[in-house]
Design a protein around this ligand. Structure first.
Ligand code: CA
Ligand code: CA
Length: 247
């Protein structure tokens, strides 16, 4: 080793030590603050966004196989089908239907003829009154192998969903689900699947799928369907299903 190289190595060593000391000095404050900042982040999880877009898929489960009693024969327009789904987002307290309460004119019409009007108008009035968020609708399901989908926006003010569809043909029977909450523990759910049960709206007294109109006054309370059409071997199999998926 020449003197020149030895001297250079010594100088380099001194510079390295000086550099390390320098690093220690500058890194010390960072070492004090970084863990604190990380702890703050962990202690305060991000709040759910105020709105969330969902896709809902409407599936028909009511078929001759699931509900054989007096199941209506096939036909292009008169054959068994579910009307288009009509629903709303809302907060607690609002209901499209309530067991034990007579139907609104809109629910009666939906359950007897599958028409979305005037139920859609009733929902729009609830939106205007600050009781509901948005209205959503799909087309009907005639082919049980096919599904219908629609997207809508839920909000933290209106995180619940209720929806109905007519079971057709029928006097006043409908598929319904109420108060599906898309927000759990302050967070929007990624997916949620719920089944729709059969109900009798109370707007007609017919007792078979194809009974002639038998309008009643006053209206009777809406009840869970309890006839053999919907009670199979002591069980009440669901008539439809909704799958919500956050976009
Ligand atoms: Ca009626
Ligand atoms: Ca009835």
């Amino acid at each position: 080793m020449t003197n020149a190289v030895s001297k250079l190595m010594t100088i380099t060593g001194v510079l390295l030590v000086a550099g390390m000391l320098g690093c220690q000095k500058t890194e010390t404050p960072a070492a004090d603050t970084t863990p604190t900042a990380a702890a703050d982040t962990a202690a305060a999880p991000a709040a759910a966004t105020d709105t969330a877009q969902y896709s809902v898929t409407f599936t028909r489960l009511w078929t001759k196989e699931s509900h054989p009693f007096e199941y209506p024969e096939e036909g292009v327009l008169t054959g068994p089908h579910l009307s288009g789904l009509i629903g709303a987002t809302h907060a607690g307290g609002y209901a499209i239907y309530r067991e034990g309460t007579p139907p609104t004119p809109g629910l009666e019409k939906l359950s007897e003829e599958g028409k979305h009007s005037p139920l859609d108008q009733e929902i729009k009035e609830a939106i205007a009154a600050g009781k509901a968020g948005v209205l959503f609708e799909t087309g009907p399901i005639r082919d049980a192998a096919k599904t219908e989908s629609v997207t809508f926006n839920a909000s933290s003010k209106f995180p619940m969903v209720s929806a109905v569809a007519m079971i057709a043909p029928s006097p006043d029977w409908f598929a319904g689900v109420a108060d599906v909450n898309l927000m759990e523990n302050g967070q929007w759910v990624a997916t949620k699947t719920v089944d729709l049960a059969a109900y009798d709206s109370g707007g007609d007294d017919g007792t078979t799928y194809k009974a002639a109109d038998k309008d009643n006054n006053p209206k009777k309370p809406t009840t869970a369907a309890a006839t053999p059409h919907f009670v199979v071997n002591g069980n009440k199999p669901p008539v439809a299903r909704l799958t919500f998926t956050k976009m």
